[in-house]
Ligand binder design. Structure first.
Ligand code: CA
Length: 498
């Protein structure tokens, strides 16, 4: 009897080893504050659906993103929330921000204003999270870079409390004290110590830029994962390209002759730095012989914060309107590329090559569902998810099952304030709970409703709200229903939704 049990146990262990060996490695490559135009890869389509380059695509240099895009699929209309923490909680939970209630960026020391119950405390070990599910399905889970999941002193400030086996440089805040190794990333400069990056001491007093140090440590962690014979999930989350806009000396020569302002040049060097990191990781898994079994999902966490002009106009995300923190497309559209590091015949999860998927939207909530499917893991029963697997869209086909709506609910004061934007099909409604406030210089009230037909007016130039009241009413009803479905909190200054 004992012998039979021993054999059963041996087979069970063998089966676990074999099945975990077959599981793909997954890299979620997240760039902070990178909008969809902050790249030399054209993410927008022309009228025929072909990639179209715009002036910003000529300004930025991202050869490794170009390499990834040639091998995989770009989704042109990919949505994130308009600021950091809401998107980061969506990536971890698969839920929209109205539902998980991390609706504003998490200020590390003090609860920022908003509805009383908004989840400033961020994620906790009691929450369902993507890495915890993957870990229980045999994955080695690595966190590297900017976390920003919870405030200082709260459980979720440490990614290892949220399902990660390893934490490289992650903590409660979003902006690094310094990108320079010479400054110890803030640790060696009293003026920058408040936002000093933890855990990279070996690079202090060296000329290693922060994006490089995180990449080097992530590569080491990947090597260790492969040694212990486990598939890895690497959440590679760069502090770049968030402010402070410090120039990465490795790349500044590429931008020196431009007449653009100094911060714009520095921002471009930060972009090029994360692109090098992407290439280095692709090379690393190739050198280790696992390129055909490693998936990369590349994404930004909110619209561009490029220092290129007026926040609400058509500058940082041009030709799209607005930037990070606004209710316009430039505030919430981000780059997305999904690809195997090297296409292989044995990959059951097929990804089309050099394909721009422009017809249907994708969202940051979809990443959770897609990664669970790739990793052969299931969403826990009872955990409501707002995302949908991108499998069909990544195969180069349309997915008739996927819904065509996206809601950005922001019951707080910021660049754009107290708004819900709701897209359904080609129509987009912007509803303002209060028509004043925000960081605008003008005190003139803004319209309560804006309505755009993104099919004919993708750059939001023509507000149709006064001319098409019936569509406004229809969209308001749909938005209300969605807010109720997700149990959204309304701004505390607003009694009811009119
Ligand atoms: Ca961000």
């Amino acid at each position: 009897m004992k012998r039979i049990c021993f054999l059963c146990l041996s087979f069970s262990i063998l089966f676990q080893i074999l099945s975990s060996r077959q599981k793909p490695n997954i890299i979620l490559f997240l760039v902070d504050d990178m909008g969809l135009m902050d790249t030399s890869v054209p993410m927008l389509a022309d009228k025929q659906g072909k990639p179209k380059k715009h002036p910003l695509n000529q300004w930025y240099r991202t050869p490794n993103m170009e390499r990834l895009a040639r091998q995989g699929v770009r989704i042109s209309q990919f949505y994130a929330q308009s600021v950091c923490s809401p998107t980061r909680a969506s990536l971890m939970t698969g839920q929209n921000s109205a539902r998980h209630r991390v609706t504003q960026f998490i200020s590390p020391e003090k609860k920022n204003a908003g509805p009383e119950d908004w989840k400033w405390e961020g994620l906790t070990s009691r929450d369902v999270t993507l890495p915890s599910i993957l870990r229980s399905n045999g994955y080695h889970t690595i966190f590297a870079g900017k976390a920003h999941f919870a405030p200082i002193g709260y459980e979720g400030e440490d990614p290892t409390k949220l399902g990660f086996d390893i934490n490289i440089a992650g903590c409660s805040f979003g902006a690094p004290g310094s990108y320079f190794g010479e400054d110890g990333y803030g640790n060696l400069d009293p003026k920058r110590k408040r936002r000093a990056i933890p855990g990279l001491e070996q690079y202090h007093k060296t000329d290693t830029f922060l994006s490089e140090a995180i990449t080097l440590e992530a590569k080491k962690a990947v090597t260790r994962s492969l040694r212990i014979d486990k598939p890895f999930f690497l959440y590679m989350s760069h502090y770049a390209v968030h402010s402070p806009f410090q120039s990465d000396p490795r790349f500044i020569k590429n931008y020196e002759i431009s007449k653009k302002p100094r911060p714009a040049k520095s921002f471009a060097t930060l972009i090029e730095g994360i692109d090098k990191s992407l290439g280095d990781l692709m090379d690393h898994v190739t050198d280790k012989g696992v390129a055909e079994n490693t998936l990369i999902l590349f994404v930004g966490d909110n619209g561009s914060d490029g220092p290129l002009g007026d926040t609400y106009g058509c500058f940082s995300s041009a030709p799209l309107r607005g930037k990070k923190g606004t209710c316009y497309e430039g505030g919430m559209r981000v780059p997305f590329i999904g690809s195997w590091v090297k296409a292989g015949k044995e990959n059951p999860f097929k990804i089309a090559r050099n394909h721009l998927h422009h017809q249907q939207i994708g969202t940051v909530m979809d990443i959770y569902s897609t990664i669970l499917e790739v990793g052969g893991a299931k969403n826990p029963e009872g955990h409501v998810v707002d995302g949908f697997s991108l499998r069909k869209q990544l195969s180069g086909q349309l997915n008739p099952q996927r819904p065509d709506h996206f809601m950005c609910h922001f019951p707080h004061n910021h660049r754009s304030s107290y708004f819900t934007s709701y897209r359904k099909g080609d129509w987009k409604l912007i509803y303002r709970y209060l028509t004043t406030g925000g960081k605008r210089k003008s005190k003139d009230p803004l319209p309560k409703y804006e309505l755009y037909d993104l099919g004919t007016d993708p750059y939001e130039t023509n507000n149709l709200a006064l001319r098409n009241r019936s569509k406004v009413n229809e969209m308001v009803q749909l938005m209300k229903r969605r807010l109720q479905t997700e149990k959204a909190l309304l701004p505390s200054k607003v009694i009811s939704l009119k």
